[in-house]
Design a protein around this ligand. Structure first.
Ligand code: ZN
Length: 223
C-alpha cells in the first residue's frame, strides 16, 4: 500500500468522525445501499458473485441467451482463468464490479483495511477488464456508514446487496415470486447453470426480463 492510500484512508476516517459529530443526518453524501431497484419497468437484475467455479455450461447459457448480468468478482478467483470472464464481458453482456480483495466482513476492518480491500480490488479489476468498477457488493451484505465512506473514497457509486439468493447452498432454496426491480444473487458454484435457469424461469413466470443494473441505478438516482 502506498503512502497516499494510507493518507486517504485516515482523512476518510477523520471526516466521518466529524460528520457523525456535526450532523444528525447520518449517511448524507455517502453512496447508497441498494437491495432492490425502484423501477416501473418489467425488469430484474441477475448478479453472480465470487468466481471460484468456472462452469462452461453457465457461460454457454449467459452467452447464448445474451443475459445482461453483473458479476462481483474476487481478483484471486479469476486470476487462474481470466479468459472465462473476459469472454463474458467481450462476447456477452456481463459487466464486472467490485467484491473486495479477500472477502472480509468490511465492518470489522479499520479504515486502512477497508481501503486496501475496496480500492485494491478496484485496481485489479480495472487491470483485467479495462474499466474501473463503480459498484461494490460488500461481502455478506455487511455495511455501515464507515464502509460506505471507504467505498466512496474508492470511487464506488452504490453498494449493492440483493433481494433474493437463488444459490443452491446444499439444498435448492424455494423459488420466490420475483417483482420488478428485484436483485437476484447467484454464485459461481458447480450448480450455477441450474440456479441460473431457475432464476431465468422465475423472471419469465413473473413477466420480467433481466436487465443491466448500472443504467437502472442511474435512472433511479442511485448511482
Ligand atoms: Zn461473495
Amino acid at each position: 500500500m502506498g503512502r497516499s492510500r494510507v493518507v486517504v484512508a485516515l482523512v476518510a476516517a477523520w471526516s466521518l468522525a466529524l460528520g457523525a459529530a456535526g450532523s444528525a443526518q447520518a449517511g448524507v453524501g455517502l453512496p447508497g445501499v441498494v437491495a432492490q431497484v425502484p423501477t416501473r419497468e418489467k425488469v430484474v437484475f441477475i448478479t453472480i458473485d465470487d468466481g471460484w467455479n468456472h462452469d462452461p455450461e453457465a457461460a454457454r447459457i449467459l452467452l447464448e441467451k445474451r443475459v445482461p448480468v453483473t458479476l462481483f468478482l474476487l481478483p484471486q478467483a479469476i486470476s487462474y482463468d481470466t479468459g472465462y470472464f473476459t469472454r463474458l464481458t467481450e462476447e456477452g453482456r456481463a459487466s464486472v464490479e467490485n467484491h473486495t480483495v479477500s472477502h472480509p466482513d468490511l465492518t470489522t476492518l479499520d479504515a486502512v483495511g477497508k481501503d486496501a480491500e475496496v480500492c485494491g480490488a478496484g485496481e485489479r479489476i480495472e487491470d483485467v477488464f479495462g474499466r474501473a468498477p463503480k459498484l461494490l457488493r460488500p461481502p455478506y451484505g455487511a455495511v455501515n456508514d464507515e464502509v460506505r465512506l471507504a467505498a466512496k473514497a474508492c470511487g464506488v457509486k452504490a453498494l449493492v446487496t440483493w433481494t433474493h439468493d437463488f444459490t443452491t447452498w446444499g439444498e435448492t432454496p424455494p423459488t420466490p415470486r420475483l417483482k420488478a426491480g428485484d436483485i437476484v444473487l447467484l454464485h459461481f458454484t458447480p450448480t450455477l447453470a441450474a440456479d441460473l435457469e431457475r432464476a431465468l424461469g422465475a423472471a419469465k413466470a413473473a413477466g420480467l426480463k433481466p436487465a443491466a443494473l448500472m443504467p437502472h441505478l442511474k435512472a433511479a438516482g442511485l448511482a
